[in-house]
Design a protein around this ligand. Structure first.
Ligand code: NAD
Length: 376
């Protein structure tokens, strides 16, 4: 019987867990046995008793890993903790392959097959397995909620007997999965919302959510969705035009949420110190890209930086601030992936070598690093 192991996350600040009671039940229904490390779900509000009721066994890390075929994680487990794992066992998690490149080599040395969930291709078939989408969506929501908490004023317009409270003006920079959810959340709270991106397809998406698109018009951006929905680094000319546009817009904003990322590169710098200085005191900037280098000059992960009277916030791990929902969706992504490849006869998931998903996410196999994105 295939044994699935779920370890307690040990990275600093990590509160999520890679399985929920629901996914344990479904793995058991597929014919697998599931073993969860004691206390693995506590920070995500899942008790050991709930895992047991769902059909898992709960034990020490050593007991959980013994004879495991598949190890599930939110972040990649320390290779040292995996000694004794059988050769060929799978390690399936968000493995941060570029940031933790040496760890990938260590997985190869252990002889395990490391599968990086963040390398899931953006194809329709894999949408339900995409951890970047499921976690970014929650991050976009949380950025607005935490900004609202740090803002000394209200979001919606209120007409009261004591006077009128003005609606907050919220500007979202970067309209991918996180940005779209940030727009929707700020709108629900009653703010006046505007948003910008470099990909032209987002203009319509911004409008359909009832927000105002603010776009560079003088220099062409990226046509349509961009390759795979991703942005690339923009030309100097574009960056200059964008900086001018932001300068004229940002001074009138109360809350700015930045979400801009470029795959495999540092986050683009979108807001300078001079632009921060032009904002009203009491304004809030939330830098969702702070862990990737930051979109905002001077932002620091897990700190509130006060600059020119403006609060700049950003979490190093935003989904970890909503551990229950983030874990439930992450766990579902893992379940959707493994169950899509489940081979009934083999009683376990089987990854065909020529499948687009296999080649995208497989980092190591048979003692070697095999992923093209990690060469060169
Ligand atoms: P992302 O996290 O890579 O980047 C966030 C946003 O920042 C993107 O919209 C990007 O265009 C924008 N950006 C980059 N540089 C910028 C700059 N200099 N100025 C302003 N904005 C900038 O993107 P994401 O959230 O992962 O997703 C992007 C797209 O991919 C979305 O349209 C999404 O719907 C699509 N997507 C598709 C699938 C699928 O089909 N399976 C899965 C996930 C996402």
């Amino acid at each position: 019987m295939t044994k699935i192991a779920v370890l307690r996350e040990v990275a600093a600040g990590e509160t999520r867990v890679a399985a929920s009671a629901e996914t344990v039940k479904k793995f058991v229904a597929l014919g697998a046995s599931v073993s969860v490390e004691k206390g693995a779900g506590l920070t995500a509000s899942v008790s050991d008793a709930e895992y047991e009721a769902a059909g898992a066994s709960v034990g020490t890390a050593a007991a959980v890993l013994k004879d495991a075929d598949i190890v599930l994680g939110v972040q990649g487990p320390d290779p040292k903790a995996l000694k004794g794992l059988s050769k060929g066992a799978w390690v399936v998690a968000g493995l941060d392959p570029f940031g933790q490149r040496k760890r990938v080599d260590d997985y190869a040395k252990l002889g395990v097959e490391a599968l990086a969930m963040e390398f899931m291709p953006r194809i329709t078939r894999a949408q339900s397995m995409d951890i970047l989408s499921s976690q970014s969506n929650l991050s976009g929501y949380k950025a607005v909620i935490d900004s609202a908490g740090a803002y000394g004023r209200a979001f919606p317009m209120m007409m009261t007997a004591a006077g009128t409270v003005q609606a907050a003006r919220v500007f979202i920079m970067g309209v991918g999965v996180a940005g779209l959810q940030a727009i929707a959340t700020a709108r629900r709270l009653g703010a006046q919302v505007s948003a910008t991106d470099v990909r032209s397809a987002t203009k319509e998406q911004i409008e359909s959510l009832g927000a105002k698109p603010i776009f560079v018009e003088s220099v062409a951006g990226i046509e349509g969705e961009g390759a795979g929905g991703y942005a690339t680094e923009m030309s100097e000319e574009y960056q200059k035009a964008q900086a001018e546009l932001v300068s004229s817009h940002i001074a009138k904003q109360d809350i700015v949420i930045t979400t801009a990322l470029i795959p495999g590169r540092a986050a683009p710098r979108l807001i300078s110190d001079a632009q921060i200085a032009s904002m009203k005191p009491g304004s809030v900037i939330f830098d969702l890209a702070v862990a990737q280098g930051g979109n905002v000059e001077g932002s620091k992960a897990d700190e509130v930086v006060l600059k020119h009277g403006v609060k700049i916030i950003g979490h190093s791990n935003t989904p970890a601030h909503l551990p229950a929902d983030a874990s439930a969706l992450f766990a579902r992504n893992l379940l959707n992936f493994l169950s899509a490849f489940w081979d009934k006869e083999a009683g376990r998931p089987v990854l065909p070598d020529d499948d687009e998903i296999t080649t995208a996410i497989r980092l190591t196999k048979d003692g070697k690093v095999v992923n093209e994105r990690l060469f060169g």
